[in-house]
Design a protein around this ligand. Structure first.
Ligand code: ATR
Length: 273
């Protein structure tokens, strides 16, 4: 049976094995997908060993996404811009290919599952770490009117915006100087993990604004709670992004885009129970 793994450290929390098992069942593909804890000093050799033994594909998660990117011979446009990869496989020439499906997953969740639109919209993205860097290329590919990056550490927002100016209309703005309204506010900070909300001024949200937290949790995230209290039309969390990035990886490996609705419903139910 074709072998797939997700490599990370820690890895016990990963939902990827269940997601890919469900995709395989739904599309009648016979694959074996497991989570594997990889020691920090052994990442590169574990990847090489996996493919040398006939392994077909890898998902890569924290903290190895940059190292996965660095060891690949062929880079997709999204991986190149992100300088990080969450998906690895070998092409027909036996070269290691790096792809980053996180941004595609976000865009697909917003535009397909949540019936939203990013094209011709004014978008505020909060954060300037790896999570945001990973999604900017596909977001800009939707042709928004403007993407504004705001971050606690302003200089990091400037660096990130500068990296993407050739890709689309992007700029960095200090948080306190943000001027609304925005059609979308996407939270890519890890502030929610600490139960924090970035210090944002009033007036960013109207009753047609939509918000998206790239984090997910059983209860409404603190960021989404803030957004709804400010009067946002709708605020969604990142569980759909998780499922959609997995679907894009599955498609790269198997040539079949799996249906995601049922998997997403099941995960949501499990998260809440
Ligand atoms: P990730 O890979 O998840 O993006 P990261 O690279 O460490 O992780 O980036 C975390 C992001 O969340 C950064 O933009 C960080 O802001 P700084 O650049 O100022 O550190 C942001 N962040 C983390 N905790 C935060 C908090 N409590 N309030 C606001 N922003 C926060």
């Amino acid at each position: 049976m074709d072998q797939y793994r997700v490599f990370g450290n820690p890895i016990h929390q990963s939902k990827s094995p269940n997601i890919h098992k469900a995709f395989a069942q739904a599309t009648d593909q016979h694959i074996n997908y497991q989570a594997q804890l990889v020691k920090d000093g052994e990442f590169e050799e574990t990847v090489k060993d996996f493919f040398a033994k006939g392994g077909k594909g890898l998902n890569i998660t924290v903290p190895f996404k940059q190292r996965a990117f660095a060891m690949a011979q062929v880079l997709s446009a999204a991986a190149k811009k992100a300088e990080a990869a969450n998906t690895l496989y070998l092409n027909a020439q036996g070269q290691l290919v790096a792809e980053n499906t996180d941004g595609m997953g976000l865009v697909r969740d917003i535009c397909h599952n949540l019936k939203g639109q990013l094209a011709a919209k004014r978008i505020l993205i909060l954060g300037a770490g790896g999570a945001v860097r990973g999604v900017l290329q596909p977001v800009l590919a939707q042709f928004p009117t403007q993407v504004v990056i705001a971050n606690r550490t302003y200089s990091k927002a400037c660096d990130l915006a500068a990296l993407f100016t050739d890709t689309g209309p992007i700029q960095a703005t200090p948080m306190a100087q943000l001027k609304g309204p925005f059609d979308w506010i996407i939270n890519g900070t890890s502030a929610s993990l600490a139960g924090d909300i970035p210090p944002l001024p009033q007036g960013l949200i109207t009753n047609t604004s939509r918000c998206y937290d790239m984090m997910y949790s059983a209860q409404t995230t603190v960021f989404n709670e803030w957004a709804l209290n400010q009067g946002a039309q709708q605020a969604d969390d990142g569980l759909g992004m998780l499922v959609e990035q997995a679907a894009q990886s599955f498609n790269l490996w198997r040539g079949v885009l799996p249906p995601t609705d049922e998997v997403l419903l099941t995960l949501r139910r499990e998260l809440k129970s």
